[in-house]
Each structure stands twice: as C-alpha cells, then as structure tokens.
Design a protein. Sequence first.
Length: 410
Amino acid sequence: MALPSTSGEESLLRHRAFVAFWLARTCSSFAFQMLSVAVSWQIYAITNSAMALGLIGLMHFMPSVILALPAGHLADQRDRRRIVLVAQLVELTATAALVAVSLLHHADQITLLALVFLFSVAKALEGPSMTSMLPSLVPPAILARATAASAVSTQTAVIAGPTLGGLLYVAGPHVVYSVAALFYLISMAMVKILRYERPQQPRLPMNVTTLFAGVRFIRERRDVLGVISLDLFAVLLGGATALLPIFAKDILHTGPWGLGMLRGAPSVGALLVGFWLSRNKLDRHVGMIMFGSVAGFGIATLLFALSTQLWLSLLALFALGGFDMISMVIRGSLVQLDTPDDMRGRVNAVNSIFINTSNQLGEFESGMLAAWIGAAPAAAIGGIGTLVVVGVWMVLFPHLRRRQKLESAE
C-alpha cells in the first residue's frame, strides 16, 4: 500500500519524519490485527469457550483505561519517541513469546491471556506518546491530511490484517506471530530513524493534579470539550454495528458471507474517504462539516435500521464509515491543534478513555436495547439520538459551529 500523495500545495511525501511515522503506524497496525485474529482463534481452539474470548477483550480493555492517565503524563514529561520504542520492544517481546510457546506446544489459556495482557499494557503506554508526536512532524496547515493518511493505514490494516493473519494461520499460529514480529521490527526501525525533537520538559510529580490536568484542560477549552463530548455521545448512541449478526440472520436473511460484507462495508467507506481527505485540504466551514458528518452518521444509521435489503444496508454502512472518517479527521485535528504540546499526551490520554469507553458502552447499550425492543428499533433510536445530539451540541457550542479553519482556534 502506497502512502497517499497529494495534488495540493504541499505533499506529505516531502516530510520524511512523517513518512517514517506513517510506515511505523502501518506496520504496527498490521501486526496488531494479525495477532488479534490469531490469538482469538488459538485460545478458542484450546478452550472451546466463549468466555475465554471475552477475557481477551477484558485483557485489552483494562490497561487501556487504567493506564491511560499515567501514560499521558509520561508522554508530556519524557521523550515520546523513546517511550514508543520501549513499548514496542515489549510488544515485540510478547510476540516472540507467543512464537515460542506455540512452537513448543506450551500454549494454554493462562499463558496466552497473560501475554495478551502484557501486550495491552505496552499498547496503553505507547498510545498517547505516538499520537502526540504527529503534530510536530508536519506543518499545522496539513495536519488534517496527515491525520487522514494515518487513518487510511489503520483502516487498511483493519480490513487486510485479519485476512492475512487468517491465511497464515493455516501454516500454524507461530507463522502469524513470526510475521507480526517482523512488522514490529520494521515499525521500531522507522520510529528510530524519524527525526523528532522536543525541548526538555520540566519534571512534574505524578500526582492527582498532574494526572487530571488533561481533564481540566478539556473542561476549560470549549471547542475541545465540544469535540470530545460530541464523539462520546454520538458513538454511545450510534452503536448499530454491534447488532450486525442479528441484522444479517434475522432481518436481511443472509449467511456468514453477508455478515462479512456488512462488517467490511464501514471500513471500506472510511478507507476511500480517508484517502480523499489525505489529498485535499479542509480550509473552510470545518465546524459545520464536522456537525454535518456526525448528522450523516446518524442518518446512515437510521437508514440501516430501516433497510430490509442487503444492498441498501451495505450502502448505508458504507456511508456510515465515510461520514465517521470525516468527523474523526476533523475532531482529531482540532484536538491536536488546540492543545499545547506540553499537554497533548494527557489530553490524548483522556480522549482515548472516552473513545474506548464509548465504544464498549455503545455496544453494550445497543445490545441491551435490542434485547428489550428488537434490533431494528434499537438501531433506529440510536440514529435518531445521534441527530438529537448534533442539534443540541450545535446550540451548546456555537463557536465550534462557526469555526472556519482547523489551525485557528480563535
């Protein structure tokens, strides 16, 4: 997959540090997606237990929430590139251990879950530092395109990574883990060579005040608060994708192949829109575009809820993914540009907590509501709720609604 270029005023390819960053993100994303499918299959093959699969999710979720604020503090106090390198070294070590226990036939549920937990701890520590590096690698005017290009690599990994992992698993789980380890080696090499310089930061103690500084900053900056809270409530209400198995079987009357297409449609929409955004600059009416894209997400969710035809459902999910990508790029860029560099780690950490929590709770909310009133009404309520949130937030955050450019907060 080639790095998206641009026909605009400045090519992302001219910024070598960003190219190295993009390659590192791409390789680590592919490795993670491959590992996820291989570990899930291996644990289920060993245990034949759905609970074991649920425990994998718990091993991922706990560190991402518990360690988010300390990881954000470290990202603002220490060398971010070094933190990423150390975290990826731990991920590589955990991956190598997966290779070893698989080859030696010592893989059991406890061992695999322990390695997944170790891996997740490293990912939690890596996240805020990796995300906070991006604004320093490109000029503010093209940060949105850089964010989109980074999102394109992630979406590509989401689509192709599990497929590649599944194909390699035929030769054994150790083959999947070995290829993933190679991807992590490449990622570490790219992080090592990218030029990232940052002034020495004053050392602050890790206490309640410094850990929650990101929360206070978000609360005081209206645009940042509006962007993050809009994402929180929109995702919380619009979790229709969690109900895809029900729609596939009971409403659209299709089989596993149809479910696979339904699951892939949002990623394909996000990938194509992300590629376009990586080549074109958003320089006018970004506030209204963001609100419009979240509203489009809600309308697409409502259309999906009402559809009884597979082709229409696929089209709705395709649009849902595209609208979500537009919103994500604008929201991510606004948060990064409105946050001083010495606060980005802690703000990105808080943002990641909101994203992880809203995704998990959104799936739970959709599932509980579907069990109570049915899948289609639950999804429809989610779409309508998203539209209501957009309307309310446009009133509560008028400055954000009138915002014209990404790089200017005033």
